[in-house]
Ligand binder design. Structure first.
Ligand SMILES: NC(=O)c1ccc[n+]([C@@H]2O[C@H](COP(=O)([O-])OP(=O)(O)OC[C@H]3O[C@@H](n4cnc5c(N)ncnc54)[C@H](O)[C@@H]3O)[C@@H](O)[C@H]2O)c1
Length: 308
């Protein structure tokens, strides 16, 4: 039996995630959206690429959650994205309403699934999904850190003209502005990046990674990034389905780790067949710890507004 991944939201991130899953032949895919015709049309188009890509998974598009029944993983990308000048937090109320609607339906059909949340503002939407689903914290995972780390890694690889495969990066904290990149743990072929790039230049690269989403929104004008975000969500899904025990930065519900309780914050997690199997704690400097607490406080503020 093949595994099954449902994706709610057949927009840019959702349909591109379906594309990566199909191309990797990772699982059967069900694309769901409120707009009639869009998931059906995109799924049909993807399925016609399958003979060319040599992929035999089943790809389906629908407006009916019945088709998502017994999914192993549900990736939630439903919601509005940012337009130029908007912050992720501007999306809060609209996307919370959408999240509520989506979670109510998802849990009826896939009560045992893992939820990977992508909709923004990420940490608050992950918290909403966790509270609304009633799932345990191992099964509700927010995607942000894999993307933020990916952005940082791509900029460092370009700076040094080295393979992206040489890059290993470690980010903590919230998505975007409150991200806390731990450059002392970032390596290039095993060499700390701090040995290879001067501190002020490294800080510029960190800032570009932090603003990475906004830089793309500015170019696109009508939407936000989707190739890298969808690739990041699929990397997380793959780690779970293949029980890879992979350490990835994910938004997880903390219960005392890093001195934080009751909120989703980006931390290194081991992803395997049990979902979040472990949250890895490392010793932080007082500055890093303070930055992480600031990030958690920002999440708390948003969660208070929507009451989750
Ligand atoms: N976590 C991250 O790092 C990250 C990165 C990129 C995008 N995002 C977020 O992901 C979300 C999706 O971005 P996008 O670029 O794909 O947007 P998009 O507008 O292309 O797609 C969103 C889709 O959601 C659908 N939708 C709306 N309400 C729905 C509902 N109730 N049920 C089912 N589907 C519904 C829309 O019809 C649309 O097709 C946004 O909130 C965006 O900010 C997060």
């Amino acid at each position: 039996m093949r595994k099954k991944i449902s994706i709610v939201g057949a927009g840019n991130v959702g349909s591109t995630a379906a594309h990566w899953i199909m191309a990797k032949e990772l699982a059967d895919v069900v694309l769901v959206d409120v707009v009639e015709g869009v998931p059906q049309g995109k799924a049909l188009d993807l399925s016609q690429a399958q003979p060319i890509e040599r992929s035999d998974v089943h790809v389906q598009g629908t407006n009916d959650y019945g088709a998502t029944a017994d999914s192993d993983i549900v990736i939630i990308t439903a919601g509005i994205p940012r337009k130029p000048g908007m912050s992720r937090d501007d999306l809060l109320h609209t996307n919370y309403k959408i999240m509520k609607d989506v979670i109510e339906k998802v849990v009826v059909y896939s009560p045992e699934c893992f939820l990977i949340i992508v909709s923004n503002p990420l940490d608050a939407m992950a918290q909403a999904a966790y509270k609304l689903s009633g799932f345990n914290r191992q099964r509700v995972i927010g995607m942000a850190g894999v993307l933020d780390a990916g952005r940082f890694k791509s900029f460092v690889a370009q700076e040094l003209n080295v393979s992206v495969e040489n890059m290993s990066a470690f980010v903590l904290g919230g998505h975007g502005d409150t991200m806390v990149p731990l450059t002392r743990f970032c390596t290039v072929g095993g060499i700390p990046v701090t040995e290879l790039i001067a501190p002020d230049r490294l800080e510029q690269i960190v800032q570009r990674a932090r603003d990475g989403g906004a830089e793309i929104v500015k170019h696109l004008k009508t939407g936000s990034a989707y190739y890298a975000p969808s690739a990041a969500a699929v990397e997380m899904a793959e780690a779970i389905l293949k029980d890879k025990k992979k350490l990835l930065p994910c938004a997880a519900y903390l219960e005392g780790e890093y001195g934080i309780s009751g909120y989703f914050v980006g931390v290194p997690c081991k992803l395997g067949s049990g979902g979040i199997e472990q949250i890895v704690e490392v010793r932080l400097t007082p500055e890093e710890s303070a930055a992480l607490k600031r990030s958690a406080a920002a999440v708390k503020e948003l969660c208070t507004v929507i009451g989750v």
